[in-house]
Structures are given as structure tokens and as C-alpha cells.
Design a protein around this ligand. Structure first.
Ligand code: GDP
Length: 183
């Protein structure tokens, strides 16, 4: 009998315009996604990933506000996204982390703080250190990424396009699996 495939729901939280939709689109094209499964219609927000010999399905949900979360059936993971060129989006990320803490979801759920748009290096308004500190305060994992679909060639060259997006995708699933072992 084949092992049943585990399915997880991942909510992307964060201000409008930080790149949540762009990130989800980029996840859909990752090399970690099963080529065969990609042909099947899993729905446009769901991917099948083979990691360490085990298959899992991740369904992504773009949520601007953590207040929209169904407390009775919360997602398995939260990716709190901000833009490193937008200080207000960083404040919003902090607000979201506080909301998750107040809902007692930090302990039981995977939480990753992701600073996007690092390709726009010259316009950076939030330092890597500030991001790390915020993540640490709320015991979240931290990563800086660049979906890099913006064609601002001048600045894009600094870190290249699609920086750390696969690492984030693999990190989400790895952390979910680690958390499920602890409960
Ligand atoms: P959402 O509102 O959080 O879903 O944000 P979107 O995914 O719609 O992205 C908002 C805008 O930011 C779009 O114009 C994207 O092209 C742009 N964007 C997203 N990610 C990046 C990135 O990593 N670098 C740059 N320079 N632009 C990005």
C-alpha cells in the first residue's frame, strides 16, 4: 500500500505589494516540484514536492491580514513577508508576528520571516540585522529573498534574480516536518 501523501497549508502574510503573489508564482516553477505532478491539475496554488525521498503537497494562501486566519483550523505554516525597501511593510510584519503570538500559534506552527526584494540593494530601508532581530524575538526562522521578476536591470544585477526562493520553499517544508515530529 503506498504511503499517503501529506498535505500542508502555508499562509503568506504581509502588506500589499511586498511580493507574496510573485513568490507563490515562483514556487510553482521550482525544480523541487515533481515534474509529473506539475502536469496534473492540483490547483494553481498547490505544488507537490519530493524532499528526502518523501512526497508532500503544499497549498499556498496569500493573506494580507492575519486576522483573516481561521483560528479553529489554522494553516501549518506562516511565511510573514515584508519588503526590504519598505519600512512600513516591516512594521506590518511585526504586527503580524504579534498577532500570531497572541493567537498562540508561534509554538505549534512553523513561522518564517522573509525579507523580499533584496535585488533593490540601493533602495534598502531595512537591514539584514533588523530582520534577524525581529525573527529572533518571535522565535521565527529568517531568510532574505528576491523573487526578482521586476525588470529594473540596473539594480537587479546586485544579487541576481530568484535569490533564495528555492531555499525558502525547501525551508518551509523542512520546518513543517520538524515541527510535526515535536507534537
Ligand atoms: P503582493 O501584494 O504581496 O502579492 O505583491 P505582488 O506579488 O503583487 O508584488 C508587488 C510588486 O512587487 C510587483 O510589481 C512585483 O513585480 C514586485 N516584486 C515582487 N517581488 C520582487 C522582488 O524580489 N524584487 C523586485 N524588484 N520587485 C519585486
Amino acid at each position: 500500500e503506498p504511503t499517503p501523501i501529506t498535505s500542508y497549508v502555508v499562509a503568506l502574510l504581509g502588506a500589499n505589494g511586498v511580493g507574496k503573489s510573485a513568490l507563490i508564482s515562483q514556487f510553482m516553477t521550482s525544480e523541487y516540484i515533481n515534474a509529473y505532478e506539475r502536469q496534473k491539475d492540483l490547483g494553481n496554488q498547490t505544488v507537490s514536492i519530493m524532499l528526502n525521498g518523501e512526497e508532500s503537497e503544499l497549498t499556498f494562501d496569500n493573506i494580507t491580514n492575519s486576522k483573516e486566519i481561521d483560528r479553529t483550523n489554522p494553516p501549518d505554516a506562516f511565511v510573514v513577508v515584508y519588503s526590504v525597501v519598505d519600512k512600513a511593510s516591516f512594521s506590518k510584519a511585526k504586527t503580524e508576528l504579534i498577532t500570531l503570538e497572541n493567537a498562540d500559534l508561534l509554538r505549534s506552527r512553523t513561522v518564517i520571516l522573509a525579507g523580499n526584494k533584496v535585488d533593490l540593494a540601493r533602495s534598502r530601508a531595512v537591514s539584514t540585522q533588523d530582520g534577524k532581530c525581529l525573527a529572533c524575538t518571535y522565535r521565527a526562522k529568517f531568510i532574505e529573498v528576491s523573487v526578482g521578476i521586476n525588470h529594473n536591470v540596473d539594480e537587479l544585477l546586485v544579487v541576481g534574480i530568484n535569490h533564495n526562493v528555492d531555499e525558502l520553499l525547501v525551508g518551509i517544508l523542512t520546518q513543517i516536518r520538524l515541527k510535526s515530529l515535536q507534537i
